[in-house]
Design a protein around this ligand. Structure first.
Ligand SMILES: [Zn+2]
Ligand SMILES: [Zn+2]
Length: 64
């Protein structure tokens, strides 16, 4: 039995900078890859603000 501690919310990693996105990062966004649609793209608020590029790990699509 694995035990889950309270408030142990899995944090997705930002695909641009690789840092975990805290749940209270209200400017972050998540969307399906525009090309393959199979990968969820997570971006933190600062990467959105600075329009940092990302690359889909599955199909290699580069955005924004
Ligand atoms: Zn980021
Ligand atoms: Zn893709």
């Amino acid at each position: 039995m694995s035990k889950l501690s309270k408030g142990d919310i899995p944090m997705p990693d930002c695909l641009s900078c690789g840092r975990p996105i805290p749940p209270d990062d209200s400017g972050s966004s998540v969307f399906g890859c525009p090309k393959c649609g199979e990968v969820k793209i997570f971006r933190c608020s600062s990467c959105r603000e600075f329009v940092n590029p990302y690359e889909c790990p599955k199909c290699g699509f580069e955005g924004p």
